[in-house]
Design a binder for this molecule. Structure first.
Ligand code: TRP
Length: 331
């Protein structure tokens, strides 16, 4: 253990897929042996966009928690909790909002991007503009040193560092400046070749049955040039090959790439190798999912005790924060 703190969060805005697994969860699992880790379900962040319909929220929170455990997070090693159960995040958010220039939030690229991308939800809300600042509060309240995320989150980390500096300048050193730990696979190809995302309906979910997962891979897009078995292809144009790069050995990657270029193997043979390798990763996860699926009490206990542990750290930071701002006792 290095004594450094790691913090990361995941939004319960849908069922988790293999992109979340290789892009985040597997990384989190590795880090739990090396650092003091805090991982949380960012349910307030999910509300910044899905505020109008919360009918699925509980299911998604449960799905994220089960997947975290199924992927190998160990509540004995890492602190796993829900953002909304550590209300000090909200207190820090409101205090940080006092020192955050509006322009810093307006220039965060995800702000305008998502507003343009998402058509069916009105994202011209106070909460949505404050999304990155809430994330800053999440990170700073644990005085985290490292934040494992995808590149898409780097602007949020940058603003977090800027806020930490501004706070420390005004009120004295309270917060260390956190660093991002970039994940190796920020983007995972979906079954149609676009980035795997619930918005595109191209996901292999961790909650899919083996049958569903196999069917999705079997019918995945490949290089469109390979119409007949004898047509030669370019592996780089096939999303199947993109997944091989994540799940298959170097030898298998070379073999299928060569087979694709020379029409030496058919697309289904190539997919069968991928199915074997993805199943090797998913089978233990499916087993552990089954184990937790019908244990609501265990899940509730894990979340409750994790949130209590996280809360103790958050409370401690807030004592320092209030004191620094002079919001503490009059005596
Ligand atoms: N914005 C992150 C995402 O969409 C989720 C998140 C919320 C987060 N708070 C965080 C990640 C704090 C890291 C640290 O992936």
């Amino acid at each position: 253990m290095s004594g450094k703190r790691v913090l990361s969060g995941i939004q319960p805005s849908g069922k988790l897929h293999i992109g979340n697994l290789v892009g985040a969860l597997q990384n989190w699992v590795k880090l739990q042996d090396e650092y003091e880790c805090y991982y949380f379900i960012a349910d307030w962040h999910a509300l910044t966009s899905q505020y109008a319909d919360t009918s699925q929220l509980k299911e998604y929170v449960k799905d994220v928690l089960i997947n975290c455990l199924a992927a190998g997070l160990d509540p004995e090693k890492a602190t796993i909790f829900a953002q909304s159960r550590v209300i000090e995040h909200a207190e820090l958010h409101v205090l940080l909002s006092m020192i955050t220039p509006l322009s810093w939030l307006e220039r965060v690229p995800t702000y305008k991007e998502k507003q343009t991308e998402v058509k069916d939800i009105d994202l011209h809300t106070y909460g949505f503009l404050g999304y990155p600042l809430l994330q800053s509060a999440d990170i700073l309240i644990y005085r985290a040193n490292y934040v494992p995320v995808g590149v898409d989150q780097m602007p949020h980390l940058e603003i977090t560092r800027e806020i930490a500096r501004r706070f420390n300048n005004f009120y004295g050193e309270v917060f260390p400046e956190p660093e991002g730990l970039l994940t190796q696979f920020p983007k995972v190809a979906g079954t149609d070749g676009r980035k795997m995302s619930k918005t595109y309906d191209n996901c292999i979910f961790l909650s899919d049955t083996p049958k569903e997962a196999e069917q999705k891979i079997r019918t995945m897009m490949t290089d469109p040039a390979r119409i007949k078995r004898t047509d030669k292809g370019d592996p780089e144009l096939s999303p199947v090959f993109q997944l091989h790069k994540i799940f298959s050995t170097k030898e298998e990657q070379d073999e299928v790439a060569e087979g694709c270029r020379t029409a030496g193997i058919g697309c289904l043979d190539c997919k069968k190798i991928l199915i074997k390798n993805i199943f090797a990763v998913l089978e233990p996860i499916w087993e552990r999912r089954d184990h937790f699926l019908n244990k609501p009490d265990t899940l509730e206990d894990i979340l409750a005790s994790g949130s209590k542990k996280a809360g103790a750290v958050a409370i401690d930071t807030m004592v320092q924060v209030r004191k620094a701002i002079r919001l503490n006792s009059l005596k």
